[in-house]
Design a protein around this ligand. Structure first.
Ligand code: AMP
Length: 401
């Protein structure tokens, strides 16, 4: 922000409270970053096309415009001392403009890496971590060769733009391949990227658990990882995170070290969420990276010595990072559109150990992430408390070892 106070707000490259933080994206992740930051005394401007967006509601100001609108991006740059983003599909031209006209400590290199699954896997491997064997796919002929190389079952994914299971096909056999190809071709063609490897085939990993570690690295190079979350997905959407994860201490330590190594290798500034598969024989395979706060880190708001949102701001603003330790066992459960009406009913008799987070979205569409609960207590206690709410079908609340 070009005003006379700027010099007081930046000491030794530290962005101090009083400064204005611009957030590209107005969703729930931006909202929770802004809530954490306002408590610390930062001001916020959000850019999002939907008026009264989740982050816009808790910001000082929202610029209502498309994410790819260069004039709007210029306006965001002009009124922000520092800029962060809350999603990874940032338009390359907008990223370049923001870097030129403002301060974007996260940079755009990491975005380029995580926007494309092949580049992402190469970066993970370069930092010494394992990924499932994979083959880039450009054509039907490549796909057939990939199936021969990887064997079935395998998973075919679009290289970019996929989320919550979209742009992803499980292939059991050659007949499956034949059947899905027209749909795959269409999805591949509709991707908005410059890469010549539009698809990737991966070996199916018979995992025993899905884990994630969120790690923060600050502009001054400090690194802190959060406790390991054990994640349970339903219909490809995160359903619950269990903390602490039901894994050995040595596996937990290995998962954290692996995430820290990747963050250091990629010179991350801000947060990096590292999703991984754990197999029966104790191996860890990195599945996906996200350079931002992550749904599996929402538990940190109520059950950790620092939240992922505050840590993100500390990293981006170059403040010292906080040690991230679990203060209580916790179960995080996502509230989707179909859960909203019964949840609101249940709030009239809800135990105070259930911490409710709702994102202020206007329309409760089915499968849309509307909020989450952090339920404090042991897994058994938390599941019993959630069952009593009668919001989720009982079968979705049974958790196998
Ligand atoms: P992704 O979009 O890559 O995060 O994948 C979404 C979900 O699909 C993961 O959380 C897994 O449950 C499943 N999945 C993706 N890739 C694989 C794989 N190679 N092996 C087994 N399951 C997978």
């Amino acid at each position: 922000m070009s005003n006379a106070f700027v010099s007081h707000k930046q000491v030794h490259n530290v962005i101090l409270p009083g400064s204005t933080i611009g957030i590209l994206g107005g969703g729930q992740l931006g909202r929770m970053v802004a809530i954490a930051g306002r408590r610390m005394g930062y001001r916020f401007v959000t850019l999002d096309p939907t008026p009264d967006s989740p982050a816009g509601q808790v910001s000082d100001r929202q610029i209502v415009a498309a994410y790819s609108d260069l004039d709007a991006a210029r306006e965001l740059a002009a009124c922000s001392d520092v800029i962060t983003y809350e999603f990874e599909n940032v338009d390359a031209r907008v990223a370049a403009l923001l870097e030129q006209e403002s301060y974007v400590p996260q940079g755009s290199r990491l975005l380029r890496t995580t926007q494309h699954r092949v580049r992402e896997k190469q970066a993970v491997q370069a930092s010494g971590a394992e990924v499932a064997p994979y083959v880039p796919v450009r054509s039907r002929c490549d796909f057939d060769a990939a199936i021969r190389a990887l064997n079935c079952p395998c998973v075919l994914k679009t290289s970019s733009g996929g989320y919550d299971g979209k742009g992803q096909w499980l292939v059991h056999n050659a007949e499956d391949a034949e059947k899905i190809w027209p749909e795959v071709e269409k999805a591949a063609a509709s991707q908005d990227n410059d890469a010549d490897e539009p698809l990737i085939a991966e070996q199916f990993v018979p995992f025993s658990k899905e884990l994630s570690v969120i790690v923060a690295r600050s502009a001054r190079g400090e690194v802190q990882s959060f406790p390991v979350a054990e994640n349970i997905h339903r219909d490809h959407i995160l359903h619950m995170s269990i903390l602490p994860a039901r894994i050995s201490e040595s596996t937990a330590r290995s998962a954290q070290r692996l995430a820290e190594r990747i963050a250091e290798g990629l010179k991350v500034v801000g947060l990096l969420a590292v999703e991984m598969f754990l197999t029966e024989d104790g191996r860890l395979y990195v599945n996906e990276l996200a350079p931002r706060p992550h749904n599996s880190g929402h538990y940190t708001d109520d059950a950790c010595t620092v939240s992922q949102f505050e840590q993100h701001l500390r990293a981006v603003c170059n403040l010292p990072l906080a040690r991230a330790e679990l203060t209580t066992p916790v179960l995080m459960i996502n509230v989707l559109g179909e859960h909203m009406a019964p949840l609101l009913q249940a709030m009239t008799h809800m135990d105070a150990r259930i911490k409710v987070h709702l994102y202020g979205k206007h329309e409760a569409r089915s499968k849309r992430k509307m909020g989450h609960l952090n339920v404090l207590g042991s897994l058994e206690e938390a599941l019993a408390a959630v069952r009593e709410l009668s919001v989720w079908p009982p079968e979705s609340l049974s958790v196998s070892e």
